[in-house]
Design a protein around this ligand. Structure first.
Ligand code: UD1
Length: 397
């Protein structure tokens, strides 16, 4: 059964998680056969990822939310640099291509400029599979005889965990990856790989993976929790209620627990979550972190919500060092937010008109959410950032 949300009598199907689908598309290159992914929305990041693999010779059909990938043949091993630079997750094809061709050259990935976004953990992990790597403007890799790894990540990076788990599934022998990320999207990728025949066992933040041959599969990803949180914050900004159907509470557990501190009532009953907003919300403190801590991607929306709450709210960002670019933009239209190091101190304010500039996906969505509560219309430049993570958002919101 699909996951849905109901807001103001409108029923909206929650699309499959973008951050599950991108690593799944990359991992589909490990399969010399067909991969079907259901409930996929036409996001710019997904379309760009597909363009990258189509240019490699992979067959792709994408209609009505159904994505069919056939990576039986890969005949071009030079991923298009322009496309690769458009999104960070593009780098996740590096390991699978090395497995398929032993030698790969790829441009350094791009993505939202929310921090330095290094790839050192990916490269360190890949090297322990006995991959030799040369790094300048491009990353060149050579992987003749991969060996299984026993690796403890220095930091539980989501992307590095996904990259290394994916490669380990096809490397003969038993690999172990500890201090790994366990974000729901990482576990969803693991479920996908298992559905294709991978042998993966998880205990806490450790994964034990026995190399296997992967086969064709069909998979439905988890619902997009960041999309869902965007809608929940939309409802709360308007002090309205919202209902989720067939949505696993744990996907947004720390977010829901924070909302309770704001005074929001959350009723969970038989797969239905009722989020009931009081007239007045209380100020809050959040600190982002790796799962199960508060998700960094939701932090910008909470800053907008804090503008509508009397008292002082505090947001502490611990994942990305440059995720406050939207704050100066909000201040331009009347917000009262101070940046102190990696903390935001947010006081109640009335937002008015002006011009703001989007700098990254979630920050630009935060600016869009601000337009729902400002007393005057304002202009958002670079609003196209939002298309990376939301389909038809202007119509829907
Ligand atoms: C993924 C999500 C993104 C989310 C983030 C954290 C996708 C497509 N994107 O991004 O929406 O905000 O997880 O939940 O799934 N780092 C290094 N070296 C590395 C890798 C990462 O220093 O090799 C650092 C990054 O610069 C960052 C932190 O680790 O400061 C977290 O990054 P990571 O967990 O890898 O996030 P992404 O996979 O890029």
């Amino acid at each position: 059964m699909e996951s849905k949300l109901i807001f103001e009598d409108k029923e909206i199907i929650i699309p499959g998680a973008k951050n599950s689908i991108l690593p799944i598309i990359a991992a589909s290159l490990l399969i010399r056969g067909k991969t079907e992914i259901k409930n996929v929305s036409k996001l710019e990041d997904i379309q760009n990822m597909l363009k990258i693999i189509i240019k490699l010779g992979v067959k792709v059909e994408f209609s009505n939310g159904n994505l069919l990938i056939n990576a039986s043949k890969i005949n071009n091993l030079n991923p298009d640099s322009k496309l690769v630079k458009k999104l960070r997750a593009s780098f996740l094809i590096f390991g699978p291509l090395l497995f398929r061709n032993k030698q790969v050259k790829i441009a350094k990935p791009g993505g939202c400029s929310i921090g330095s976004r290094k790839i050192d953990l990916h490269l360190k992990g890949l090297k322990s599979f006995s991959c030799s790597i040369e790094e300048n403007d491009f990353i060149k890799g050579n992987l003749l005889n991969p060996v299984p790894v026993n690796l403890e990540l220095d930091y539980p990076s989501v992307g590095a965990t996904e990259h290394l788990i994916s490669l380990a599934t096809v490397v003969p022998g038993i690999s172990k990856l500890s201090n790994a990320a366990i974000e729901p999207e990482v576990l969803d990728l693991v479920e996908f790989l298992k559905s294709a025949g991978a042998n993966i066992k998880q205990k806490g933040t450790t994964f034990v993976i026995k190399g296997a041959d992967l086969h064709s599969t069909s998979f439905t990803p988890i619902p997009d929790r960041i999309f869902t949180a965007t809608w929940i914050v939309t409802a709360l900004l308007k002090r309205k209620n919202i209902q989720l159907i067939n949505f696993n509470y744990d996907l947004l557990g720390s977010f829901f627990e924070t909302l309770k501190e704001l005074g929001v009532l959350i009723e969970v009953n038989n797969g239905i979550i009722n989020i009931i907003c009081p007239k007045e919300l209380k100020p809050f403190y959040i600190k982002t972190g790796s799962f199960p801590a508060f998700p960094t991607d939701i932090q910008p929306f909470m800053a907008v919500l804090a503008c509508t709450i009397k008292g002082k709210s505090i947001i502490e960002e611990t994942i990305f060092e440059n995720r406050f670019a939207y704050v100066n933009e909000l201040n331009k239209i009347g917000a009262n937010i101070k940046i102190e190091g990696n903390r935001l101190i947010i006081n109640y304010s009335k937002l008015t008109g002006g011009t703001v500039i989007g700098k990254d996906l979630r920050g630009t969505m935060a600016l869009y959410l601000a337009s729902l509560i400002s007393s005057k219309p304002f202009i958002i430049k670079n609003k196209n950032y939002i298309n990376r993570g939301y389909e038809n958002f202007e119509v829907e919101l």
